[in-house]
Design a protein around this ligand. Structure first.
Ligand code: FAD
Length: 438
């Protein structure tokens, strides 16, 4: 009997194969379109449990789809598409109950009338599920920490088909692992997250040409250091990609404070001769978010990211040098510290809490670039990141044991592997930054 027929018997009306809209929706993710054996679209946690138990009994790998902005296309096994779990409810205490397939843009819109928000990613279409399990570095990371720092509880379907309520008192070690350990421990069907005030924001962007990159980066660092927890910023270095896209630097800014404070804080940056455009004004949290492109751009990004304990002059010069190389290169520096750094390194699975910034450096190459060129560009990107430690899995499109090992310090990874051995000894949930059972 085919997998689809078997699943249809267990879960009538929930299993979908080729030629159906549900199959097409479940197999399509930001990174491309796969050809899984079947897509299951459950409506309840018990139906998720039935699908998981069936796949685990057959030794099938399970791919979980929430917002579809992290999963790679799946060409075998089962996709559990959580599209039906997209509710957003907010209590008077600001506790938000979120379905994993809700999108962060919709969460921002639902919380806005109360002056509340949840610091999540920068992009509206990214899903609650993948971002929340991976960490969540958002616009207000210095003000409120990572998205996982606001997580209070989840409902989890384990590989054994149990439905657990997991929080700091019930299954505390599993709750620790779920905050940063990704989709390794089961299927989350509900998240409870504490929202925070996001009223009184001012922000927007400052654009620079490419004439004095090291000076801009140093000035940005000083401004960022002078600002407190309420000041958040990312600076992006975009390569020239043709006449329509001349490249340049763009600092994204968000401050909970007044326009006067913002201009005072940014004065050294605004005074630089390479400033080409300033766009700063009062802004709603939801308007800080951007729309994702319709799918992954047709390039390969060759490099990686790392947490910078300190933004030294040497590191900034190395990033500027990588940006100036012959190969188009994009880089990004996101200010951390503040509330992000006040969380103990062992309180969640994201341990690099002492970092001053997250740094991303990627060469942008055609998908079919020669392996020698790819290797040379990778070596150049890695050299620019040499003084950083660890990496953030959310910004790593590829999957390998080496990448997983780079995401966690050895003791954190060992602890994650012990939790994995408890709840998923057969590694049913392996289509992710995989943590192998201890
Ligand atoms: C355009 C773009 C912008 C981004 N911007 C940011 C950003 O600003 N900040 C940031 O921190 N990250 C950012 N990311 C990374 C993003 O957080 C991850 O890719 C995340 O996994 C996407 O979540 P999703 O639910 O949309 O993805 P999905 O593809 O649905 O899920 C990704 C993976 O997460 C796991 N998973 C998802 N839902 C569940 C669940 N309910 N139960 C168990 N496991 C689950 C699975 O392993 C799955 O393979 C961005 C990604 C993209 C593509």
């Amino acid at each position: 009997m085919s997998l689809l027929t078997e699943l249809s018997e267990h879960l009538p009306g929930r299993a979908h194969g080729p030629g159906t809209t549900e199959y097409d929706a479940g197999r399509t993710v930001f990174a491309g379109v796969g050809e899984p054996a079947a897509v299951v679209r459950p409506h309840t946690a018990d139906e998720v449990a039935a699908a998981v138990a069936h796949a685990a009994a057959d030794g099938l790998s399970i791919a979980v789809r929430s917002g579809g902005h992290g999963q790679l296309p799946v060409d075998d096994g089962l996709v559990i598409d959580l599209a039906e779990f997209d509710t957003i409810e907010v209590g008077d205490d600001g506790l938000a109950t979120l379905g994993p397939a809700a999108h962060w843009g919709d969460v921002a819109a639902a919380l806005a009338p109360r002056g509340l928000g949840i610091s999540s990613g920068d992009t509206r279409q990214v899903g609650v599920g993948g971002l929340l399990l991976g960490g969540g570095i958002g616009w207000l990371v210095r003000t409120y920490g990572l998205t996982i720092d606001a997580l209070r509880e989840v409902e989890l379907v384990t590989a054994a088909g149990e439905v657990l309520t997991v929080n700091s008192e019930s299954h505390p070690e599993l709750f620790w692992a779920l905050r940063g350990g990704g989709g390794n421990f089961g299927v989350v069907t509900r998240f409870t997250v504490q929202a925070s005030p996001v009223d009184g924001l001012v922000g927007g962007s400052i654009h620079f040409d490419r004439s004095e990159v090291p000076t801009v980066l140093r000035s940005w660092r000083e401004v960022m250091r002078a600002g407190g927890d309420e000041f958040n910023s990312t600076i992006m270095l975009m390569p020239p990609m043709g006449p329509e896209m001349p490249g340049g630097l763009q600092a994204g800014i968000a401050l909970r404070g007044s326009e006067g404070e913002l201009h005072e804080l940014l004065a050294p940056l605004l005074a630089l001769p390479s400033v080409t455009k300033v766009d700063l004004a009062p802004i709603a949290y939801g308007d800080l978010l951007e729309d994702a492109p319709p799918g992954r751009p047709p390039f390969q990004f060759v490099g990686g990211n790392g947490f910078a304990p300190e933004l030294t002059d040497e590191l900034l010069e190395a990033v500027a040098a990588a940006y100036a190389r012959d190969v188009p290169t994009m880089a990004l520096l996101r200010a951390l510290g503040g509330a992000f750094s006040r969380v103990d390194a062992d309180a969640t699975a994201i341990a690099h809490r002492g970092a001053e910034a997250l740094v991303v450096v990627n060469g942008v190459l055609p998908a079919d670039a020669e392996p020698e060129l790819v290797a040379a560009v990778k070596a150049g990107s890695d050299a620019a990141l040499a003084s950083t430690t660890g990496s953030y899995g959310g910004f790593e499109a590829n999957r390998s044991d080496e990448i997983t090992a780079s995401m966690y310090p050895p003791a954190t990874l060992e602890r994650l592997r012990r939790v994995k051995a408890e709840v998923d000894p057969g590694n049913s949930f392996r289509r992710n930054h995989n943590i192998r059972p201890a």
